[in-house]
Design a protein around this ligand. Structure first.
Ligand code: TYC
Length: 122
């Protein structure tokens, strides 16, 4: 005897036919996706003026930790001296934080009150 299922078998779903979008000329149009990744937030290391740290020390610190030549370092130091603060460099967050620590440790070891901070670039 032949047994039949009470319901006929359900046909396997058929994938809808998809075609690349075509214009009238038959060429393929690639759809643009809006870019989802933003460039990372960058951080500027800002050095602050004080009345006690020797200018020469600041110049050497800027040369050493911010990879500036002596003339550029001197200009940055003078800007800080005159304006109260100045940007020594712009980096990713972790690199900027490391620069701040390096400067503060060098200043601490030398007994100078030199301060610098990292802040997000606008
Ligand atoms: N103002 C300091 C002086 O006259 C020099 C100085 C410059 C200190 C820059 C800190 O970030 C600084 N000796």
């Amino acid at each position: 005897m032949i047994f039949m299922a009470s319901k006929p078998p359900v046909p396997a779903p058929v994938a809808p036919r998809t075609r690349p979008k075509e214009d009238d000329g038959g060429s393929v149009v690639v759809e643009r996706k809006t870019q989802k990744t933003k460039p990372p937030q960058m951080y500027q290391v800002v050095m602050l003026n004080d009345d006690y740290t020797p200018m020469e020390f600041v110049v050497v610190v800027i040369q050493e930790f911010f990879n500036k030549d002596r003339e550029t370092a001197t200009q940055i130091m003078l800007k800080i001296h005159l304006d109260g603060k100045g940007i020594c460099g712009v980096y990713s967050r972790d690199v900027a934080a490391t620069k701040v620590e390096q400067v503060q440790e060098a200043a601490r070891q030398a007994g100078h009150p030199l301060q610098c901070v990292s802040e997000p670039v606008e």
